[in-house]
Design a protein around this ligand. Sequence first.
Ligand SMILES: [Fe+2]
Ligand SMILES: [Fe+2]
Length: 315
Amino acid sequence: MKYYDDINLFYRNKTSGEILLYKSAGMNFRDERLKEKTYTGDLYIRQQDKGLCLSKVQKGFSSHLDETMHEGNARVKQELINIIDETLQEPRSGGLEVLPDTMEIIVDSYSRQPDVIKNLAKISHTDYTTTIHSLNVMALTVGYCFYTKRSFEETVRYGLTALFHDIGKTEIPREILIAPRQLTEYEFEQMKRHTVLGAEILQANDPSVHPCIDGALEHHEKLDGRGYPYGKRSISEIGQILAIIDSYEAITNDDRLYRTSMDPMDALRLLKEEVDSGRMNRQIFEDFAYSLTDFAGGRSSSHITRIAGIEALTG
Ligand SMILES: [Fe+2]
Ligand SMILES: [Fe+2]
């Protein structure tokens, strides 16, 4: 409730139906004057306060996340889903600027508590959405950046780009996004637009998210020029990293009703075919495959099998 301290809140009078001021900006819910005026119905805000409100809520989530990360609490994933869900619902209202701070908290925590990020990458097979997918691509990208020893700044930037790579999907009709079948040619053309739309959304937002534009635009481009939206052969590094991590995440998860998810080794085998046919970057693929064994952690027998399998794929 403290998020609404600086915002005017309104309520609807039950008898007249009129919208009246409930609490003015600057007054808080702990205020004695409000306690006398308890109201149990819905409260409203003005349209123009929506952006401010969203940003306040997210700042609140962010500081909460910081505490949760330090405690090593298992609720971290849920906190993140809340932040990202709120943002993805209204990406054009300017709320994205809060997420760079969130990403700093995540990357900072990774070095101290790698388990936090490992847990993030463990997928819930039941509530699969663009939010969960984006979160997983982010966690895998941060893991890749640590494996390849990127600087803190680059890890934050690439992690944030991963989080936003599919933000354009918020503008694609829901029937297409959740179609439980292969898309028609027309629908697929529509779907492809999420790249360009994503770049536009980021461009229209705070400058702090502008470095993420290349990744949103290029994560479906292929080195042989047969990707989309432009069929480019010269692709930014983050575009090439995301092409691999995004595909890996999508095929190892139960996101679509018309097919089942693939085992990680089979998914890597499939991606290796892309690498061998000159569509994806070999070095990035190999580093990513090894970064996954880092994720697996420990010295369990499955860890050793996985590494042995990956050596066969990368050697
Ligand atoms: Fe995408
Ligand atoms: Fe994606």
